[in-house]
Write a protein that binds this ligand. Sequence first.
Ligand code: GDP
Length: 195
Amino acid sequence: MDSRPLRLRFVTSATRVAQLPGSTAEVAFVGRSNVGKSALINAVANTKQLARVSNTPGRTQLINMFELEGGGTLVDLPGYGYAKVPDRIRKDWPEMIEGYLLEREPLVQVFVLVDGAIGPTPLDEQMLDWLRANAVPHTVVATKLDKVKSSKRSTRRRDLAAGCRLDPDDIVWTSATKGDSIDHLRTLVRTHLLT
Ligand code: GDP
């Protein structure tokens, strides 16, 4: 399967599902703020351009939509648990994210990012429980693998998987910095969007 960089083009930002244009198929990336979501999206696209778009002040609190060349869309959901956001906005987040995850018709798969060095946090566990309870198809992607010493990796893999109540083999272990599993993640996204 094709593991070349994903050619992504920014389409739009929105606060509500109803504002999003249609799509043939869609995957979404979600995770706690600072989990490494921008770095990972940049890595799969092999560019620094997209994160720059997403990091425009204000944009990180919105649903950002990108079109994949060849078909389908990738959605970057606002990071949860960011302390510096005003209460007014933070209150709207669960509703915005949940609304998207429950109502978005073309959504085929959610990639839930968990910090490989420290996760899952209670908020991550809450997100996973909620996805399970609502039968939303998802894959856990652990980030920042390079931050875990090689001697600690097998224990960390086991602990993170247990925290997520998953088998270690069901988790995609990535490093945006070193490139681990970036090809695999590209292939997964393509498989969901193009087949
Ligand atoms: P976001 O808030 O989820 O979009 O997170 P960012 O992509 O902005 O990353 C948050 C911080 O983690 C930044 O300081 C990044 O440099 C760092 N980071 C992201 N990915 C990696 C990685 O694969 N390895 C390491 N060591 N640091 C990373």
